[in-house]
Design a protein around this ligand. Structure first.
Ligand SMILES: N[C@@H](CCC(=O)N[C@@H](CS)C(=O)NCC(=O)O)C(=O)O
Length: 380
């Protein structure tokens, strides 16, 4: 029996989520890869309403998970962290450049790809029958208006615009996404996962937008056979217990040797930088201004999903998008990792990030840190 198998809980855990939920995808894929026995159910039972939500900080968020002994964890990052710690960090690369890239892609993909994910879901009516059916499955008891099927449609269509996918910006959002597919396709043609023969934390962040929205809703799914066959194969691979290497992939089920970051992945990072860097910089300024304007913000106060909007330029177009402190909570993990490396390693990491126009993200910090308390993100 391997160490991994021995440390896996005996009782199956319960994952409250849905096939249409972006962040459930991160956890589902992690559980499948780590061999964690789980049952996934819709978050609608009386038990969920009366017992789980209060333990989840009162937030009705997917994913939320519950252990047989009653422990509840809400938030996909916290759930993955919990299991990484428990299992001996099986999906955290040990070498510095690979771990930096894994953490960076985790942040960029799970927080920075919401714009194409929401655009391709909510702008194409052919997705609606599937979405309606899934929302019916997860409509809670005595649903408040925001949580009825119609309420969710209205709210989420609006949040597509709020995230910067306005009517005028559709050509830009689609062009950026199709170029991303192309870059990822070139990478996954050569490597089964981001860093070689085994998934990393970055793969689990990337599967979040690439499954429920971009790899499953009918319209964006239809783009994959034309623009990203190897991305489609990776999406499938991320849902299998085995490594599922392709015939053209090297046979090793390990991360690449010598801390290598392949050129195809550097290209993916260069592409991510196009909107992630200006957006994060603009969001940082706006959120820090907001923090300054809140002298009474108590330590322990819940961090709201959005605190305003920021405007930035991408390829000559202006985008205004909601600013989300959570982006910085995830990004800080890369920043802290790099900051605590020995000088020589840090130098190499900064050089690597410079080569993909991303070094500036190491300095994009908030004036107040974010922590967790009672299953909520809180201002420290
Ligand atoms: N940071 C959270 C975000 C969770 C989240 O936003 N989940 C969405 C579904 S993917 C949700 O439940 N939103 C509430 C709603 O739409 O009612 C995580 O990583 O789990």
């Amino acid at each position: 029996m391997s160490n991994l198998e021995r440390k896996v809980p005996v009782e199956p855990v319960t994952l409250y989520g849905s096939p249409l939920s972006l962040y459930t995808g991160r956890v589902r894929s992690y559980f499948i890869k780590a061999g964690i026995e789980f049952r996934e159910i819709a978050p609608i039972s009386d038990h969920y309403e009366d017992v789980v939500i209060p333990l989840a900080g009162g937030r009705r968020g997917m994913p939320t998970m519950e252990f047989a002994d009653g422990l509840v964890i809400r938030d996909s990052v916290a759930i993955v962290d919990h299991f990484e710690a428990k299992l001996g960090t099986p999906y955290t690369p040990e070498t510095p450049k690979q771990n930096t890239v894994s953490l960076l892609i985790d942040a960029i993909a799970s927080e920075g790809l919401l714009r194409p994910a929401m655009h391709y879901r909510w702008r194409y009516p052919e997705n609606e029958p599937l979405l309606r059916s899934h929302f019916e499955e997860i409509t809670p008891r005595d649903a408040p208006s925001d949580y009825t099927v119609m309420g969710r449609f209205k709210r989420l269509k609006q949040s597509c615009v709020d995230l910067g996918a306005s009517e005028e910006n559709i050509p830009l959002v689609e062009s950026l996404y199709l170029r991303l597919l192309k870059a990822l396709d070139a990478h996954f043609a050569l490597f089964p996962y981001l860093l070689g023969g085994k998934p990393s934390i970055g793969d689990f962040g990337l599967i979040a937008p690439m499954y429920a929205h971009l790899g499953r809703d009918p319209k964006p799914l239809s783009l994959m056979p034309e623009h990203g066959i190897n991305v489609l194969r990776w999406v499938e691979r991320m849902h299998r217990h085995d490594s599922n290497l392709g015939a053209t992939h090297a046979a090793s089920e390990k991360y690449l040797a010598h801390d290598e970051i392949p050129e195809t992945l550097l290209e993916v990072l260069r592409h991510f930088a196009i909107d992630f860097v200006p957006e994060t910089q603009a969001a940082r300024v706006q959120i820090n201004d907001w923090i300054q304007s809140q002298p009474m913000l108590q330590s322990g106060a819940e961090v709201k999903r959005t605190v305003g909007t920021a405007t930035f330029d991408v390829e000559g177009r202006s985008i205004t998008a909601a600013t989300q402190p959570f982006r910085f909570y995830v990004l800080k993990r890369v920043q802290d990792y790099v900051a605590t490396r020995p000088d020589a390693q840090r130098f190499d990491m900064v050089e690597l990030l410079k080569s993909v126009e991303m070094a500036s993200v190491l300095d994009m910090t908030l004036e107040r840190d974010i922590g967790r308390s009672g299953n909520l993100e809180v201002w420290l």
